[in-house]
Design a binder for this molecule. Structure first.
Ligand SMILES: [Zn+2]
Ligand SMILES: [Zn+2]
Length: 247
């Protein structure tokens, strides 16, 4: 199995990532990827671009160097109501929104309540499932934000959210690995579509999803459920979502 699109990547706009958009796309082109998602961190993450950064993506061509470029954000889930740190006026302008939890970007008044609280995290993800702009649930295997997988994953699948198996969890967030595998096994059992991304913070990481792919292969995960495992499959997904294909 391989990925033909890397739909969760960061650039210097996030300030703790170190490649430009051009460098990230060029790397994708060099690897022969069909598409790249540029998903810099939304404003609640320290050092991230403010809202106006997300307003001018029309300046960027939808295909550059032969790679379909989807401009978006990694939005932060800020509370158990599933609110994101991107205004409703920004979200419809973005082609690609990954929604993730990071401890630091949860509203301060909610951090202690949500952390290590399965019920709160379950409710949080059930609420995010209702957000029409979210395409992907980012790296959701963190042990401190464990949720009721059996209850939430079918709802995410039903509402068309892709569950991300994030390859950098296998390198940088090892405490999440067993949960990622548990999540993947449930997706396999119920037929929930997933996406495999790298969460690259530098050009050399683009497309390098070996860790996640090896883990999926080990559990016999069906390739048909990995939306970015073939050009045909990914194009079908983009078309279903009303997004244009590579020019
Ligand atoms: Zn980051
Ligand atoms: Zn990320």
């Amino acid at each position: 199995m391989k990925i033909i699109a890397d739909m969760h990547t960061h650039t210097i706009a996030s300030t703790h990532a170190y490649g430009t958009i051009k460098e990230m796309i060029e790397q994708a082109a060099e690897l022969g990827l069909y598409a790249i998602g540029i998903t810099d961190h939304a404003p609640a993450m320290p050092g991230s671009p403010q809202e106006w950064y997300f307003h001018n993506f029309a300046a960027i061509p939808k295909t550059y160097k032969g790679v379909r470029v989807l401009m978006g954000a990694e939005a932060n889930i800020t509370d158990d109501e599933g609110n994101l740190d991107l205004e409703e006026i920004v979200c419809p302008r973005l082609e690609w929104i990954v929604a993730s939890i990071h401890y630091l970007t949860i509203k301060e008044s909610k951090r202690d309540y949500i952390t290590n609280n399965i019920d709160a995290c379950t409710q949080l993800y059930l609420n995010v499932a209702d957000n029409p702009y979210v395409k992907v649930i980012g790296h959701c295997g963190a042990p401190e934000f464990k949720f009721d997988y059996e209850r939430v994953i079918p709802v995410l699948a039903e509402k068309g959210k892709l569950i991300e198996i994030n390859s950098s969890s296998f390198r940088h967030r090892k405490a999440s690995v067993s949960n990622c595998i548990e999540i993947a096994k449930i997706c396999k059992r119920i037929g929930a579509p997933i996406i495999v991304n790298t969460d690259a913070h530098f050009m050399t990481e683009v497309g390098r999803a070996e860790g996640a792919l090896a883990a999926l292969e080990e559990i016999g995960f069906p390739e048909e459920l990995v939306v970015n495992s073939s050009v045909e499959r990914f194009e079908r997904y983009l078309t279903e979502k009303g997004l244009s294909l590579r020019e």
